[in-house]
Write a protein that binds this ligand. Structure first.
Ligand code: DGJ
Length: 726
């Protein structure tokens, strides 16, 4: 059993294969954090709690309650009782009061780890779940913190349920999901992911200063700009060494991830639903479940943290038929045609694609209503047969006859003011009653928190999917929420809109994957604005960015793969000059970069030269050779652009029998030797061969001495290196 409670010391000990988390109770029943780090056999480290140092606990020194509260490493800090750091929990009673404090009540340990009610989350039959119940002694409500302790990954999940066990309604103003208190004699850095449209999830590492440093979203989705992830690490931690504590949020809406360094150099790291824009009414007997947070500790640097996230998400979060399967190589017509297409144009793409090893055609935006640009028809999910020149069924059947599967694009949460739907139901949008809602990409957001609205949106999608043999859906969302208001909510519940929106989205996606269990669902949001663990629970892959330039993708995919497995990262080869950045890169390099994702094409293949088509055939064959390894193996960052002109990542089979590395020298350099490249993650004692090389190398030589890569000429030149054990 990996979870223990020691009654005599009041210690809870949670063990994963290589990490230990310890919590303990003070004499008053306050729940505090003792230790989170490398695995320890010790059962009692409560001396770390400093309850024997001034100001002592309130039962020993009642005159200094607040000093104690303000320094204690609370497991779940509350607002208003004397802890002046940011709290994880804040309520407002009917009379307007906000101070509260939580005390231990009871615990329960159960076998297995279940998904939290109505929310996405991790699952396992072999993990253990610890539930600790806390109570507010004077206000009559209960908080249950659940810990999922995994036996095969170094991950501990936390989620919180608040139950109004009293007789009066109160409001939740803040209910975060997870808190960690970290100290390091070396000082601490943090990593967060930032960007914008077409440059999502760039890695940002910086020293944690005094005060609060945070990253957050109030956009109604996780967003291009910030990301629900935070890692805190020893100042000298690197890719391969040092302590790293990370948190990722299994949620797709507003979030807050914060590190706060206090007067004693202790860092409180917190994650949860962003309190801004959140107010939840909790009547007597009702409960509220906060989304789940994943905590990962690595004593072997950032690389090991990444591999734990990949393992956890691949095996304990993603579901469905395609989770472990090779995905069909797709070609999407967006960058090929934008809105200017018809059945014949699509079939022309499909015919050439079929001869080049591509396995699925995806028809993107523009097939419905009278949509020839982005200014109309969202909500009118009726096939525009006039534009296509055929029925959808005819198109799909013809594509299938060529041996290709067929996929389609939707944006179910949106509505265009120029649509029949809007003309019929102008009140079905998210808006306040007093202001004309602002447009973004000429569109408004449907108020899917209303059942009749989400039923309409979902049933429209379903009807199209039932009309032909459609095997893939790209579910897009091209604007963020604003003018927050719902005609379906009253004045006490308007503050619930953001969270209710996310719950409604989850309900719709759940219906989709239940009604169509064989469907391959790819989520998307104007590129990668909703690439988060919440969406991964519903779709095994997510479109990573609208930027398909190979060099920009090096940075975007590095940041994305910091947490997410390569099998989830939507990546396509497109034409040059690239549509986002105007850069021209070699066709082969574009393929190498996309192979380290789901792999596909986003171009008019019928316009490629014979030479380029030969490269496409080479790439589709490579996909079949390497994809099992890339989907399942261990990921290593060897060097990263822009820190280095040489970008290199590799994937090593779990049994170390095989590896594949992709290397790109970003800018050409004159008058240089061949390039020395040291690989990672191999078995030092095994012998390996590199494809195209007769020599045999030990794993140790490949990792510590390296190989010379010669013949790189020009900018953006890449190589793929495949190694097998002999
Ligand atoms: C944004 C997506 O990221 C693109 O791939 C494309 O589907 C467009 N939307 C279509 O409007």
């Amino acid at each position: 059993m990996a979870v223990h409670f020691y009654e005599n010391t009041g210690v809870f000990k949670l063990d994963t294969p290589n990490s230990t988390m310890m919590l303990a109770l003070t004499p008053e029943g306050y729940l505090g954090q003792v230790y989170y780090g490398r695995s320890l056999k010790d059962k009692d480290l409560t001396y770390l709690m400093r309850t024997d140092e001034p100001p002592f606990t309130p039962s020993v020194n009642e005159r200094e309650t607040m000093s104690f509260f303000d320094a204690f490493a609370w497991e779940y800090p509350t607002y208003g009782s004397g802890d002046y750091r940011d709290s994880a929990f804040r309520i407002r009673t009917k009379s307007g009061h906000e101070a509260c404090v939580l005390k231990y009540d009871s615990y329960r340990i159960v076998k297995g780890k279940k998904v939290p009610d109505g929310l996405p989350g991790t699952f396992s039959d072999t993990a253990n779940t610890l539930e600790i119940t806390l109570k507010e002694p004077d206000l009559g409500f209960t908080v249950v913190i659940s810990y999922g302790v995994f036996d095969d990954v170094d991950a501990i999940t936390k989620s919180v349920k608040v139950i109004n066990t009293g007789s009066e309604t109160f409001f939740l103003e803040r209910a975060l999901s997870s808190v960690l208190n970290i100290e390091s004699e070396k000082g601490l850095d943090m990593i967060t992911l930032h960007g914008s449209w077409a440059r999502e999830r760039h890695i940002c590492r910086r020293e944690i200063p005094y005060g609060r440093s945070n990253t957050s979203s109030i956009r109604g989705e996780s967003g291009h700009q910030d990301h629900p992830f935070i890692a805190v690490m020893d100042r000298d931690a690197s890719e391969t060494m040092g302590n790293v504590w990370a948190m990722s949020f299994i949620y797709s809406g507003n979030f807050l991830a914060q590190a706060e360094k206090n007067q004693f150099d202790c860092v409180r790291v917190m994650m949860g639903i962003n309190p801004e824009g959140f107010l939840w009414r909790l009547a007597a007997g009702e409960s509220f479940t906060c989304p789940e947070t994943v905590c990962i500790f690595s004593s072997q640097g950032i690389g090991a943290m990444t591999r734990s996230f990949h393992d956890l998400f691949r095996t304990h979060l993603i579901r469905g038929k395609y989770r472990d399967m090779k995905r069909p190589i797709l070609i999407n017509n967006w960058e090929a045609t934008y809105f200017d297409f018809n059945t014949e144009k699509l079939l022309q793409i499909a015919r050439t694609a079929a001869g080049a090893g591509i396995e699925m055609l995806v028809m993107d935006d523009g097939w419905f209503g009278h949509r020839d640009s982005d200014n109309s028809s969202l909500g009118d999910w009726k096939v525009n047969e006039g534009k296509l020149g055929s029925t959808l069924k005819y198109l799909v059947d013809e594509v299938n006859k060529l041996g290709l599967k067929f996929g389609i694009w939707f944006e179910p949460e949106m509505i265009s003011p120029d649509s029949d739907l809007y003309r019929q139901h102008p009140d079905w949008v998210i808006r306040t009653p007093y202001k004309k809602p602002g447009l973004s990409r000429c569109q408004l957001v449907l108020d899917i928190t209303r059942k009749e609205v989400r039923d309409y949106a979902y049933e429209s999608v379903k009807a199209v999917l039932q009309s032909a043999n459609i095997e893939y859906v790209k579910w897009d969302m091209n604007r963020q929420l604003a003018d927050i208001g719902s005609l379906g909510l009253d004045c006490e519940t308007q503050g619930e809109l953001f969270h209710r929106y996310v719950l409604a989205l989850y309900e719709m996606q759940n219906r989709l994957i239940t009604d169509f269990p064989d469907l391959l669902l790819e989520n998307c949001s104007g590129g990668g604005a909703r690439f988060d663990p919440g969406m991964l629970y519903f779709s095994p892959q997510i479109w990573c960015s609208d930027d398909t330039d190979a060099v920009e993708r090096l940075m975007i995919q590095h940041g994305t793969a910091m947490i997410y497995p390569l099998s989830t990262i939507g990546a396509h080869v497109s034409v040059c000059p690239n549509h986002s950045v105007g850069r021209s890169t070699p066709f082969r390099t574009r393929g190498y970069v996309a192979l380290f994702g789901t792999f596909g094409y986003e171009l008019d293949i019928s316009k490629l030269s014979e030479e380029e088509l030969d490269i496409v055939r080479e790439q589709t064959q490579m996909y079949h050779c390497y994809n099992d390894l890339i989907r399942r193996g261990d990921y290593y960052r060897i060097s990263s652009y822009p820190d280095s002109n040489i970008d290199c990542v590799s994937v090593v089979a779990k049994d170390k029998s095989e590896a594949v590395a992709v290397m790109v020298r970003v800018m050409g350099v004159p008058n240089v030797h061949s390039l020395r490249l040291k690989l990672a993650g191999l078995d030092g004692n095994s012998s390996y061969r590199i494809d195209g090389d007769e020599r045999t190398y030990t794993g140790a030589a490949l990792m510590y001495a390296g190989i010379n890569v010669a013949g790189l000429w020009g900018d953006f030149e890449g190589r793929i290196i495949h190694i097998t054990r002999v």
